[in-house]
Design a protein around this ligand. Structure first.
Ligand code: UD1
Length: 426
């Protein structure tokens, strides 16, 4: 299996194009099930997860055509046409590999009145159950049975509008409810909805397809069901996690990088933290610019929270930065249990981190040292790449498939701005 080799100590300079958001693209693709007409998505990122979702959708009978852009900054175009849904079955093998594939459940049920989708099972970053998705669908009139590890859902008479009050915020469950409600009879009110920008992006696409949705971006989303949805074209929003990751890369390696296509407001919590740590952050006509003069970052305390709070998907990366800060930082992970698996790997590079439950205390060291390390999940693996940029000597990151799931041509983007990074075939 390929590995990524980084030789640390190079300042970054230039521009990095930000790709379309993985977490928006996967749900937008699933939304194609809701209509028999073509859905055209632009700015689709080139990722293993996108290919996996395409494969799953094709197994349901969705016809997919890709138009690959020759330019790194442009994103690909995907045409999805679900003229007829020939199967509504998502296997354990599929859902286990990529949890987001569970989110075909709502659209399949809404369009076909039945679906059999595997439970995701345990995953590297905690239990990640799906009871909120299921109870939302049940409240909309679905019958849900759990059989041999599968969710078997039916709604022979169609789904009905309902008042769904989530006991806590879930991105995926909000999206499941919103997609299913688009084709339900009557009005659905989703209370305590998640406010992540990717949900609003999905909502805008559904509206372009003829859905009646209000309250996007707020914690109360109202969906008035329609009989059918139609085809549409939609541009996937820029990936705020990718943008945030490269902002942190610049802060840890030093230098000045323009993140073309990045939107400030979607990562405001990170950017204000970077500014406190000593980085210069400025908005530009094309995105934003991050500069750091090479001095050690100031320490900062961070607690992850639902949007607009600090994203859990940037926790591992900000920890990489804090490992070289001038002082001690306290990082609290409040969204997922078990999301500190990057810590032992960072420790192999000389980081000083102590974990106590959901809290990591990071004592900054003057210098990290390159080492062979192992990626454990998507965001953890990129934190090791960031640490490698700042470390003395060579870092080899193994299990690169984690990176390929969520970061579009990472080594190409980073080497363009002066990092010494390459893919080494095993
Ligand atoms: C999405 C993102 C993921 C991000 C997360 C939080 C995608 C593909 N993934 O994941 O990158 O880290 O949001 O911003 O968009 N929970 C339950 N029961 C449920 C649903 C969730 O207990 O039915 C829990 C989860 O275990 C977790 C918390 O709620 O502790 C938040 O999860 P959720 O917001 O649903 O995350 P995902 O949609 O899976």
């Amino acid at each position: 299996m390929d590995r990524i080799r980084i030789r640390g100590g190079h300042r970054l300079s230039g521009e990095i194009p930000i790709s379309g958001a993985k977490n928006a693209a996967l749900k937008l693709m699933a939304a194609s099930i809701l209509t028999a007409e073509p859905l055209i998505l632009a700015n689709v990122p080139r990722l293993a997860d996108v290919r996996a979702m395409a494969e799953l959708l094709m197994s349901f009978g969705v016809a997919i055509q890709m138009n690959l852009s020759p330019h790194l900054g442009e994103g690909d175009t995907m045409r999805l046409e679900a003229k007829e849904i020939t199967s509504a079955f998502a296997s354990y093998d599929m859902v286990r590999k990529m949890r987001a594939s569970f989110q075909v459940l709502g659209p399949l049920l809404a369009r076909r009145g039945e679906a059999k989708v595997s439970l995701p099972g345990g995953c590297a970053i905690g239990a990640r159950p799906v009871e909120l998705h299921l109870s939302a669908l049940q409240q909309m009139g679905a019958r849900v049975d759990l059989v041999d590890g599968y969710v078997v859902a039916t709604a022979p008479g169609g789904l009905k509008g309902a008042e769904i009050v989530f006991p806590f915020v879930s991105v995926g469950a909000t999206e499941t409810a919103m997609m299913a409600a688009s084709l339900a009879k009557g009005v659905t009110r989703i209370v305590n909805a998640a406010r992540e920008p990717e949900i609003a992006d999905l909502g805008r696409c559904l509206i372009a397809m003829g859905a009646k949705i209000s309250g996007l971006g707020s914690s109360e989303i109202v969906v008035e069901g329609v009989e059918r949805l139609h085809g549409a074209s939609h541009r996937v929003m820029p990936d705020r996690i990718e943008a945030g990751t490269y902002a942190i890369a610049t802060a840890i390696a030093g230098g000045e990088v323009e993140l073309v296509g990045a939107t400030h407001e979607t990562i405001a919590s990170l950017l204000s933290l970077l500014a406190k740590s000593g980085a210069d952050v400025t908005d530009t006509p094309r995105g934003l610019k991050v500069a750091m003069n090479g001095s050690r970052p100031r320490p900062s305390d961070v607690t992850t929270a639902p949007y607009p709070g600090f994203p859990t998907d940037l926790q591992a990366q900000i920890m990489a930065l804090m490992t070289v800060a001038e002082g001690t930082s306290v990082i609290r992970e409040k969204i997922f249990e078990n999301r500190f698996m990057h810590v032992p790997e960072l420790a192999r590079m000389g980081a000083d981190v102590r974990i106590d439950g959901d809290t990591a205390t990071v004592r900054g060291v003057t210098k990290l040292k390159g080492a062979p390390v192992m990626a454990t999940d998507l965001r953890a693996s990129v934190s090791l790449v960031l640490a490698g940029l700042a470390a003395e000597g060579e870092t080899m990151v193994g299990r690169v498939y984690h990176l390929d799931r969520g970061f579009d041509r990472l080594e190409e983007k980073l080497s363009r701005v002066g990092a010494d990074i390459s893919r080494v075939p095993e």
